[in-house]
Write a protein that binds this ligand. Structure first.
Ligand code: NAP
Length: 308
């Protein structure tokens, strides 16, 4: 099968389009014939060696495709099921076939194609788990989403709106109208405005940016509010000093939550925002774009034609 592999850490040119053997599913696993793979910033961070995973490795983790073989003990999926899911880092989403644990996948939303489905797993689960599992966002509460136009942010804005929250997003001005169209009540232009001078007394902040943005976020929360970050380490004692709660997300590959997200998509309440689709062989270009830090929504690699 064709796969995008790395044998060394480094620049995008370490990504190689290669032929490798397909793996067989073990107990509890399924093999998916992939139609599309989602691209996430964690992919280029792994490629750069930030995680020091063993080499060589097949890149990627987010996939949508058709179940092609079933391991022992799997009764929740059958061959030809149309699925999507999140493999662990290094399990290889950028490939024609991928073997994953059956608990990491779900039936794909019926109302959208494989390309949009492959955009969901990491970013959708990150947004869902940050807002609901960690921060406990509820109807009527207020949330500030930093990086609202990114992969995680575009899901978070829509989930928060769906929940009935008041949604404020930060992005550059070119994304303001777009963000209002997907559910932001207010958009703050982070290049020209200081968000802490505009908002205060918030229930939740979701930070996908880190650094100075993360540090300036403590002061905009109400007492007992929640700062959840996808990127920053939380200094010991700082939440207590500000009288708030805080947690750094580690996204879990949860097939049950993916099924909940699929159901909301099929109710047409939210939709994945895919702005770039490239062939698998163009993974280098996809990484260059992702590393810019200024793409809107998601980048997806097309691995095979949609069978329909
Ligand atoms: N901990 C976890 O489990 C976990 C899970 C998922 C993601 N993450 C991490 O979360 C981060 C975000 O992921 P992602 O997929 O959303 O990234 P992404 O799609 O690359 O985010 C790009 C977006 O960030 C916006 N942006 C850049 N600088 C900004 C700033 N200073 N203020 C506000 N917005 C800014 C850009 O908007 P403009 O073009 O308008 O500038 C762009 O739309 C990444 O570092 C990723 O690795 C962690």
């Amino acid at each position: 099968m064709k796969a995008i592999r790395i044998h060394d850490f480094g620049e995008p040119d370490v990504l190689k389009y290669e032929d490798i053997p397909e793996s067989q599913p073990g107990p509890g696993e399924v093999r998916i014939r992939a139609i599309a793979a989602g691209v996430n910033p964690i992919d280029w961070k792994i490629r750069r060696g930030y995680m020091e995973l063993p080499l060589p490795m097949t890149m990627g983790s987010d996939v949508a495709g058709v179940v092609d073989a079933i391991g022992q003990g799997v009764d929740s999926f059958q061959p030809e099921d149309e699925v999507f899911g999140k493999a662990s880092a290094g399990q290889g989403g950028y490939a024609e076939y991928i073997v994953v644990n059956s608990t990491q996948i779900a039936q794909k939303p019926k109302s959208i194609g494989f390309i949009e489905s492959a955009a969901i797993p990491t970013a959708g689960l990150a947004a869902w788990q940050s807002l609901f599992d960690i921060a406990g966002l509820e109807k009527g509460q207020s949330v500030l989403i930093h990086g609202a136009s990114g992969g995680v942010g575009t899901f978070a804005v829509q989930f928060a709106k769906w929940k009935g929250a008041y949604v404020i997003g930060t992005a550059s001005s070119k994304n303001a109208e777009f963000l209002k169209s997907i559910g932001c009540d207010e958009v703050i232009d982070y290049r020209n405005q200081q968000f802490e001078e505009i908002v205060s007394n918030l229930d939740v902040v979701l930070d996908t940016i880190g650094g100075d943005t993360f540090e300036r976020s403590w002061g905009v929360l109400k007492p007992g509010g929640f700062l959840v970050t996808t990127v920053a380490s939380i200094p010991e004692g700082t939440p207590q000093k500000h009288g708030v709660r805080a947690e750094r997300l580690i996204t879990q590959a949860d097939g049950k939550e993916l099924a909940q997200i699929a159901a909301i998509i099929d109710e047409r309440k939210i939709k994945p925002i895919v702005t770039t689709v490239l062939p698998l062989a163009d993974a280098q270009k996809a990484h260059e774009m992702s590393e810019s830090g200024h793409t809107r929504g998601k980048i997806v690699l097309r691995i095979a034609e949609d069978p329909k």
